[in-house]
Design a protein around this ligand. Structure first.
Ligand SMILES: [Zn+2]
Length: 330
């Protein structure tokens, strides 16, 4: 499978849904009417309101956001400029999942804008020279790998261990696609299987390579229970909730309390900020094009409200945990 298919497919799960629902309808479903009232007020007060009407108001964050899941869009001219504008407006840092071919331009941008861009290497795990690619990414200042996906073997296949050994030595974060993956080609045979990307495989990687911070994208959709249980026992495992999950479950978000169930039990596993709340195992990830990031912020907030997640934990999910793990500049 070529890189190109791999890339467009990666953005697909989230982006496709965005296209199906109009942006406004999507926002409305995710955040509800209360937000638009205060949003309206902000629009009236803000001199930028005329430039960015609904966006700036509806989703103006209270604190820093670190987005674990931003795909570099190589087909979009001016992508980096647009990202920097969004980053300043939203107080956002993007972990930028960068195809190997774009490694230099993103490494340079990250050096110039360390508060806005954290470079991650989007590599093909089955490429014959993958180890050399990883070493080069490290020498360029990359901070991790991802989104790993479309693997030809399950993630815990020993043939992938040389990559994990390097990531472990570097103390990197590695973002893995987990769960269902879209199908792009309906007419041609393809060597793609969600079954190789199940969240259960991340447990073995987290245990064998304890200096890797393992981040599973999409919380294993639909294997949320396995994802959560692995995160519960492994201090170096986290998940993002990008993709279709928060749309699929928008009417029953409180169900997540049954999946992340151990908040009250003072679990004896180390967590960021020693936070006992089970939801501390989530991090923010958008996996949309840049115009959709704020919608996903609204979806996360709807989840926070539905599950009574305390303010302290919300801040860690939205950015605090990744700020600490990556040692980001203030
Ligand atoms: Zn994915």
């Amino acid at each position: 499978m070529g890189r190109q298919l791999s890339y467009s497919a990666a953005v697909g799960e989230g982006a496709k849904i965005e296209k199906q629902l109009s942006r406004r309808a999507f926002l409305g479903r995710a955040s509800g009417a209360a937000v638009s009232t205060s949003a309206q007020r902000l629009v009236e007060l803000s001199p930028l309101g005329t430039v960015f009407p609904a966006e700036i108001a509806a989703d103006k964050p209270a604190g820093r956001i670190v987005d674990m899941h931003v795909h570099f869009d190589e087909k979009k001219p001016g992508f980096l400029d647009e990202l920097l504008t969004l980053a300043d407006r939203m107080n956002l840092t993007a972990c930028l999942l960068t195809p190997f071919a774009q490694r230099r331009v993103v490494a340079d941008a990250a050096k110039q804008h360390p508060r806005q861009i954290v470079p991650f290497g989007f590599i093909d795990m089955d490429a014959p020279d993958v180890v050399r690619q990883v070493e080069e990414l490290h020498s360029l200042g990359f901070r991790g790998l991802g989104e790993l996906e479309f693997v030809k073997k399950p993630y815990n296949d020993p043939s992938y261990f040389p990559v994990y050994e390097l990531a472990n030595r570097y103390g990197w974060l590695v973002l893995f696609h987990t769960g269902i993956v879209l199908r792009k080609n309906f007419d041609e045979p393809e060597d793609v299987a969600s079954g190789r990307m199940r969240p259960i495989y991340l447990e073995e990687i987290a245990r064998r390579f304890p200096k890797i911070t393992v981040v599973g994208a999409h919380c294993g959709n639909p294997e949320y229970e396995w994802a959560a249980e692995i995160a519960r026992w492994n201090p170096n495992v986290f998940f993002d909730l990008s993709g279709s999950t928060l749309t699929k479950m928008r009417g029953r978000l409180a169900d997540f309390q049954r999946i992340f169930w151990w908040s009250a039990l003072n679990w004896s596993v180390k967590t960021p900020d020693n936070d006992p709340n089970a939801f501390i195992k989530l991090v923010f990830g958008s996996d949309t094009d840049l115009s959709g990031v704020e919608s996903v912020v609204s979806q996360y907030r709807a989840l926070f409200d539905a599950c009574d997640i305390p303010e302290r934990t919300r801040k860690m999910i939205m950015g605090g945990t990744l700020t600490k793990l990556l040692g980001l500049p203030e």
